[in-house]
Design a protein. Structure first.
Length: 280
């Protein structure tokens, strides 16, 4: 089986178009799809997609677009004969509201939305993609081995008491339910910080301004998470932010949070004395 997150009847002979944003995530996806032997094409965002990823595609197999050129993206999917698309990698959040280069399709989408946030914008783009007969894949597809797994992944006993862990999970899930963010930092029953628009790393830096011994970072997902364009990630940069904030424990929802380059992240966490737990 190529991946537990692929739809029934997945046709591995049809190209997958990778709609790639920033960072390591789209690079890991590209590597995994190529290892699986599935034809791969690239739709890159100018000033967002890593140039080293773009360089691995022949000119005929890639398109480089400005953020907001949705019509051109849809035409690229048609030109590629793509059966599937997969979104991976963040777009700078401010670009969704300032710095867009919307074409007519994007303008129509934006005017149709009563609420404009990352979820509504990407949800509307997903509908446009699927209206063209292209299946937008779960963004965990092909990365099964990169997901948080149950238990203490760093091999030590987890240093946070069960009551405090349960409290952190409850707070994180409630924040996710209210669409505030997908993470929080708690300490012995007290909420130190919650994630909002600023993102995980900035939240961790704020939390580090308080007494951080026995503090816990929790990363979770919404009850009705749309994994086609919204998968929480934990990588080297977040680990570094935890170290700077002197946070020594994180709980990540198993099967739902991606560890970007999991073996390297776990090895670094062990070296720095940071415990990582997967919870269900």
């Amino acid at each position: 089986m190529l991946s537990a997150f692929l739809p029934a009847g997945f046709d591995a002979s049809r190209p997958v178009a990778l709609i790639a944003g920033q960072g390591l995530y789209p690079m890991l996806v590209a590597q995994a799809i190529r290892r699986a032997g599935v034809p791969l094409r690239l739709i890159a965002a100018e000033e967002e997609t890593p140039p080293e990823l773009v360089a691995t595609f022949a000119e005929a197999d890639r398109r480089i677009l400005l953020v907001g050129q949705v019509g051109k993206m849809l035409r690229a999917l048609k030109d590629f004969g793509a059966g599937y698309a997969l979104m991976a990698g963040q777009i700078t959040p401010r670009r969704l509201f300032k710095g867009l280069h919307p074409d007519l399709t994007a303008t129509r989408i934006l005017f149709s939305l009563k609420r404009r946030n990352a979820e509504t914008i990407f949800g509307a783009i997903a509908r446009e993609i699927e209206a063209k007969g292209v299946t937008l894949l779960d963004a965990r597809a092909f990365l099964d081995d990169q997901l948080a797994s149950p238990g203490c992944m760093t091999g030590r006993s987890f240093p946070i008491e069960d009551d405090h862990l349960d409290h952190g999970i409850q707070i994180a899930r409630e924040c996710a339910r209210l669409d505030i963010g997908q993470g929080c930092v708690v300490r012995k029953g007290t909420v130190l910080a919650v994630e909002a628009f600023e993102g995980t790393d900035e939240m961790l830096r704020r939390a580090g301004g308080f007494k951080s011994d026995d503090a816990l970072f929790v990363k979770t997902v919404k009850a009705r998470q749309d994994y086609r364009f919204d998968v929480p990630c934990f990588g080297q940069r977040t680990l570094e932010a935890m170290r700077e904030a002197q946070l020594r424990a994180a709980a990540l929802e198993a099967g739902r949070v991606i560890l970007l380059d999991k073996p390297a992240v776990l090895a670094q966490a062990r070296e720095w004395g940071i415990s990582l737990l997967g919870f269900e």
